[in-house]
Every structure is written in C-alpha cells, then in structure tokens.
Ligand binder design. Structure first.
Ligand code: ATP
Ligand code: MG
Length: 412
C-alpha cells in the first residue's frame, strides 16, 4: 500500500510524524500524506480520522484514504500546493484588507460547515490554513483549505462538551487558556481563533504579545499576562496599518473575552464587512454541502481507537475515499448514492506538475521595517494577483456541479 505512494518532498514535521507530497503511482495524482509513527496519541488520532472523514467541503482539505503499514499510520489527503496562510502573511508582512477578507470569507465558510456538522476544529491558526492554486485557472488565486483536525472535537454528541485545554496558545480563547477544567463552548472558542487569524492577517503580528518585555518571564507568567490583555481587550493597533471601521467592528466583536458577548458564526456571516464582495452563491454553497448525506461510518470511534492501539499488522485500518474497511488493502466498492463518490474526485486527477511546489513569490521579504511594508502588494517583483473580487463568482459551480469539485474551477 505504502509503495503506491511515492514520497516527493517533505512538507512539514509535527510532533508525531511528517507530511510529504506524494504521487499515487497508480493514478499519477499528486497528494499529501501525513505519516504518524507508532506512539501517536491514539485518542486524538482517532478523533482526527473520525471527524475529518465527515467533512467534505471545497475549503477543507479532502481526506482520501487512511491505512496502516508496518510502522506508521498514513493519512492520504488532497495536496494544497501553495504553502500555508502563515507563509503568505510572513512573506508579505501582513495582508491588505481586501486580501484578508478573501481568505477570511473562505475560512468562515469552512468553519460554518464544520460547526453545522457538529465539529469544532480547536486549532485554527494560519499554519493550519493551507493555500492551493489550481493550475488551470486564468488567474493564480490562492484558495484556502482548512487542515489538521488533530484536536477537533465532535461537540453535538450527548455529553461531548469540550473541557480540555488544547490548541495553540496565541490563538486560544481566554476561556480555554484559563485551563480551569470548566466546560467551554468549543465553537465560540473557534470564533475567537478566527478573530486572531484576522488580526494576524491584517497586522502581521500577534494581538496579545508585547514586544520584548515578555521574553524573560516564565511561560505561566506569559500566559497570565496574555489573559490579562485579552480581558482588557488590549491589542495593539498599529496606526501605520489602515483598517476600515467596518473591519475593526467585526474584529472587536470576535475578540470579546466573554463568549456570550462574542459574535456567533451566523452574526459574522451577516456582518457587512464579511458580506462585502462575497461571491454570489456562497451561502448556498454551504447549504448544498450540508445537504449532502453525511458519509456513513463503517467503524465506530471506539473501534478505530482499538485498531490504532493494537497497531499493525493484525488490526489494520483502512479508510478509502472516506470509507472504513477492516482489511488492509481491500478496496471497498462504492455504494451508490451514499457518498460524494469517486466521480467528483476523478475530475481532480492531475498529472504530477513538472515543478511540484509552487510559491507565490520567489523574492524574500526585505527587512526595511513596517512602514515600507505598507506598500505590500504593490512592490515590483512581488505581484499578488489583484482581482476584481466582486466580479468573481467563486461559489457558483458548487451548485449542482460535480460533487467534490472545487469552487475554484468556477472562479475564473
Ligand atoms: P503540527 O503539530 O505542526 O500542527 P501536525 O502533526 O498536526 O503538525 P498538520 O498540521 O496536519 O500536522 O501538518 C503539518 C504541516 O504539513 C502543515 O502545517 C502544512 O504545512 C503541511 N501540510 C499538511 N497537510 C497538507 C496538505 N494536505 N497539503 C499541503 N501541505 C500540508
Ligand atoms: Mg498543524
């Protein structure tokens, strides 16, 4: 099985494994494969698989296959070919509002879908928001794809309210960061993280870090200071960065320390800043995705955990096209009408690119300070394709078009 996927390039290294670009030598498709070596925490991995397989959305990395070989658990996914949102924000030292909105809208649509499927992500950050440029588009527009459901939580199940203090400190909501073992609303905590992502996109820095002063203090003190700043809503607003009042209003609403005062995802989607230049059909696209039947689960979570704990080769786990079988290497024939199915995916079959990894710009950012960076986007040699966003109907093809097909195909 593993031999079917030829590793081409290392993409990332996490605590428990690695992510590679791979080529499926049977189909010539370029994919990404996350390989977790034995010793991974089986509870979280089981949640990751259990939750990720339910999520089929154009702005969520598609989880295609999972298998166990002799040494590792391998998750085969759609490959996002343009790095992460963090890479882009770093490269450009912040994004202008128009670009920040473009990514933010896609993030919120993906999250709205997750939440309506009953799943909270709990680790939303630019590193987990990947970018993909479809080769056959007229303009190279990066499309956002949410990934990494390693800390996700199914929150609609009875008794499944979130308690664990998980996430990435700088993006964690204050009620999570307090770590007092109290139940918290994981969906509202996701909203907070999206607020931090928006801030990071706009300002190119973290909202609750203070410059230099915090470096010498302990981690606990650091967290306490961050919490204090969160409570006081004391984030630095660099006057050199021009942000409209509407955008500020949305940002403030998302970074409310009290979850019950924070904007809900529905309110965000109804906010004028969010709605501006939102392509026609965006809401309908999400409704259509939600109306798709939930992929049937072939194994219960406990069974997945049991298999993961047993390891291989005896208890082998396979998810094929989001279907779980119990026998290693056995392809489960598709059941008619129950899944988004292979047809939609086949449309995405692509030849391995000659240069597998694309970058948005080859020029490294200069270190000439923030003021210089305000001209981002207009610097020669660093083009960011400027698009008339309002004229892009990026969601249209999701309606009634090939299922599983990305909206990007309809964008341009
Ligand atoms: P971490 O602990 O760093 O979050 P992780 O073990 O949770 O790592 P992921 O976040 O899923 O793993 O992946 C790590 C990195 O690998 C991502 O930040 C991204 O850069 C890259 N990556 C993951 N999945 C893909 C993909 N489908 N396409 C392209 N790159 C990917
Ligand atoms: Mg990650």
């Amino acid at each position: 099985m593993a031999a079917r996927f030829q590793k081409v390039k290392l993409l990332g290294q996490g605590g428990f494994g690695t992510v590679h670009v791979v080529i499926d030598i049977e189909t010539n498709r370029v994919l990404a494969m996350k390989t977790l070596k034995k010793g991974y925490p089986s509870k979280y991995v089981a949640d990751e698989l259990d939750n990720h397989q339910l999520l089929r959305h154009p702005h969520i990395v598609y989880c295609e296959e999972v298998f166990i070989d002799d040494t590792s658990l391998c998750i085969v996914m759609e490959y996002a070919n343009c790095g992460s949102l963090l890479d882009l924000v770093k490269l450009r030292r912040g994004l202008e509002e128009i670009y920040a909105r473009w990514f933010f809208q896609q993030l919120i649509l993906a999250l709205h879908f997750c939440h309506n499927r009953g799943i909270a992500h709990r680790d939303i950050k630019p590193e987990n928001l990947l970018l993909h440029i479809y080769e056959d588009l007229k303009y190279p527009v990066p499309i956002l794809k949410m990934c990494d459901f390693g800390l996700s939580k199914a929150v609609v199940l009875p008794g499944a309210s979130a308690k664990s203090c998980v996430g990435t400190v700088r993006y964690m909501a204050p009620e999570v960061l307090k770590n007092n073992e109290m139940d918290y609303d994981a969906m509202m905590a996701d909203v907070w993280s999206c607020g931090v992502v928006l801030y990071v996109m706009l300002y190119g820095r973290y909202p609750f870090d203070s410059k230099g002063a915090d470096r010498v203090i302990s981690k606990e003190q650091k967290v306490r200071r961050m919490l204090d700043r969160m409570k006081r809503e004391a984030y630095v607003l660099n006057p050199d960065v021009s942000v409209t009042d509407e955008c500020m209003n949305l940002l403030r609403g998302m970074l409310k320390p009290a979850p019950d005062q924070r904007l809900t995802i529905e309110k965000i989607m109804a906010h004028p800043w969010f709605k501006k230049d939102l392509p026609k059909g965006a809401h309908e696209m999400n409704t259509d995705c939600l109306n798709e039947p939930v992929p049937p689960k072939h194994q219960k979570l406990v069974e997945i955990i049991r298999l993961l704990r047993m390891g291989c080769p005896v208890g082998r786990l396979l998810i094929t096209n989001l279907r779980v079988g119990t026998t290693f290497g056995e392809e489960v024939p598709p059941e008619e009408g129950t899944l988004l199915g292979a047809a939609g995916r086949e449309e995405e079959v692509r030849k391995p690119p000659e240069q597998p990894i694309k970058v948005l710009s080859t020029q490294a950012p200069s270190r000439t300070g923030r003021r210089a960076s305000r001209q981002r986007g207009s610097q020669p040699g660093r083009p960011m394709t400027c698009m008339p966003f309002s004229s892009i109907n990026w969601c249209e093809s999701m309606r009634g078009a090939g299922r599983g097909r990305s909206i990007a195909f309809s964008v341009l």
